[in-house]
Ligand binder design. Structure first.
Ligand code: 5RP
Length: 224
């Protein structure tokens, strides 16, 4: 199976996972990226079973609306049952690196409001140690150089993602060469740097469920 086929398989598995639990007034939290796109397209076939969505990016919002799915302001929905999103890396504790699509801050906010965060990923994303994928850090533009210098002190090599401005008006530093042995500690440390909006470690609020696409089928893993 190709990576794309694995992404489609986990998107379908996520749909099968949530469909029996959806109610007419359900709001579904939606992530960003190619795997999330497959999920959006699959979800759109079942619009009669739920009310609408909250989105973690303008791109996903546009795709949802393109299917005719209502997209609500998170401030008006309160908490909701499910958030479904991809990841750039995951470990067995379902701690993640996210933000390859620069939507990390809104993804973290929507995940925080969900009772269950369901991560959907192909098995190339499963790692023993987080950090081979450069860790995205969203920064207030004027703080970019300062934050980069502070990240060097933490042992990382930050690279400015040239030309990218996030939905929040932030810029992205991709931090290379981190072997992340204590994800929760590093997530907190980087978030405490002045000028950081947030970083792409999802360890303080990891996924609850991982649907992992493998050539032998979709595995369901629960956070330990
Ligand atoms: C976007 C993300 C995505 O979930 C992550 O980059 C994975 O993307 P894809 O599903 O395209 O592999 O965090 O900010």
């Amino acid at each position: 199976m190709t990576q794309d086929e694995l992404k489609q398989a986990v998107a379908k598995a996520a749909l099968d996972y949530i469909l029996p639990k959806l109610e007419k007034d359900s709001i579904v939290g939606i992530g960003t990226g190619s795997t999330a796109n497959y999920f959006i397209d699959a979800l759109a076939e079942h619009q009669d079973l739920f009310d609408g969505a909250v989105s973690s990016s303008q791109t996903s919002e546009d795709r949802l609306k393109g299917h005719g799915i209502p997209v609500y302001d998170l401030n008006s929905t309160g908490s909701f049952e499910f958030y479904i999103d991809g990841a750039d890396e995951t470990n067995e504790r379902l701690e993640l690196i996210k933000g390859g699509g620069a939507a990390l801050t809104r993804e973290k906010i929507v995940a925080a409001c969900a009772k269950e965060f369901i991560c959907i990923a192909d098995d190339s994303k499963m790692v023993d140690l987080l950090g081979a994928f450069p860790l995205p850090v969203e920064v207030i533009p004027m703080a970019r150089s300062y934050v980069a210098r502070e990240i060097v002190k933490l042992g990382g090599d930050p690279v400015y993602r040239d030309g990218v401005v996030t939905d929040n008006g932030g810029v992205i530093l991709d931090v290379h060469n981190l072997a992340i042995k204590s994800p929760m500690e590093l997530e907190s440390k980087i978030n405490q740097l002045t000028g950081v909006i947030t970083n792409g470690l999802f360890a303080l609020r990891p996924a609850d469920t991982l649907l992992l696409g493998t050539k032998n089928g979709v595995q369901t893993l629960k956070a330990k």
